[in-house]
Design a protein around this ligand. Structure first.
Ligand code: ADP
Ligand code: MG
Length: 293
């Protein structure tokens, strides 16, 4: 394409809410045949709500919400925000943790009012040799079968509760997936969340291929694996967890509503955080480069 065409394309991109890092990006956009979509915050709104609390007989809902809410209040993860907001609403002001750490892809751990507390995937509990008692395991399975995310809560060496959170698919995601397919791209869903939730979201938006329960540091390997199959991979993501995969992809598209790390790693930014703009970007670059009218 001529420099003029590239400049026009870049300018048109800005009008469509697509910020392009450099003209050469348009070339990679044109070549992409596969598009990997992060789930939380990309295909879904990422605004989760706390829907239910299941407790073991050794505790109460109020105690679970105080301790889990206090710890999650220190995290910026969408699940953490839902838990902290739900807890504050039901129990009032939350204590401040004495100690706190994020465990990427698994949850949070810390100390609240002298209790060593874990909140996150059952895999996080397993690292401390804790498993859910059978009644909580049943609650978790039922929540996941309903397409919700089940979060485990443990303290002082014992699993105490399962929290149910859910996140809505964005209104435009299914239409965006249809348009991406129409442009010849194969959509793939990629998430750290569990398989049941991932498949329920995939079904809702019309995606057949799903990589679920992928640890943050392994998202980049999924992109590499697809590239090794000879595919030209675009990746759309919003989280700190997605930054390495966005950088590895032939084309990284960052949600403008996402984290700075994702925006820095991406080749282009979808300002409105709307997946329809990903299809716009591909169509725009093909038009700019003269491969379609
Ligand atoms: P995604 O790839 O969907 O954006 P993440 O990699 O951030 O998700 O997280 C993967 C999973 O780890 C979540 O679905 C959740 O089960 C668990 N998790 C991560 N952070 C937290 C947290 N702060 N509180 C509870 N659970 C968490
Ligand atoms: Mg995400």
């Amino acid at each position: 394409a001529t420099p003029t065409a590239l400049m026009v394309g870049t300018g048109r991109g800005a009008q469509l809410g697509i910020l392009i890092k450099g003209p050469e990006v348009l070339e990679n956009t044109r070549k992409a045949d596969t598009i990997v979509l992060d789930k939380t915050g990309t295909v879904t709104t990422g605004r989760m709500t706390l829907l239910a609390v299941h407790t073991a007989p050794t505790t109460t809902e109020e105690e679970v919400l105080r301790l889990a809410g206090a710890l999650e209040h220190a995290s910026e993860h969408p699940i953490a925000r839902a838990v902290a907001a739900g807890a504050a609403e039901k129990t009032g002001p939350l204590p401040i943790p004495e100690d706190f750490a994020n465990v990427p892809g698994l949850g949070v751990q810390g100390v609240v009012e002298g209790h060593a507390v874990l909140v996150g995937r059952t895999k996080l509990l397993a690292e401390w040799s804790m498993t859910l008692p059978v009644e909580l395991e049943r609650a978790k399975a039922a929540a996941e079968a309903a397409g919700r995310t089940a979060i485990a809560v443990a303290w002082d060496g014992e699993a105490r509760a399962v929290l149910e959170v859910a996140d809505a698919v964005k209104d435009t995601s299914a239409e965006a997936v249809r348009r991406l397919r129409a442009l010849g791209l194969t959509p793939i869903l990629l998430t750290g969340d569990n398989r049941a939730v991932a498949e329920s979201v995939a079904r809702e938006v019309g995606i057949d291929e799903v990589f679920a329960e992928v640890m943050p540091q392994d998202k980049v390997d999924v992109v590499k694996k697809l590239q090794a199959e000879g595919r030209s991979v675009a990746m759309v993501g919003d989280g700190v967890n997605d930054a390495a995969a966005l950088a590895q992809a032939d084309l990284g598209l960052a949600m403008g509503t996402g984290t700075d790390a994702a925006i820095e790693a991406g080749d282009l930014t979808l300002v409105r955080g709307d997946l329809l703009a990903a299809a716009d970007a591909i169509r725009l670059s093909r038009r700019t480069l003269g491969t379609i009218k």
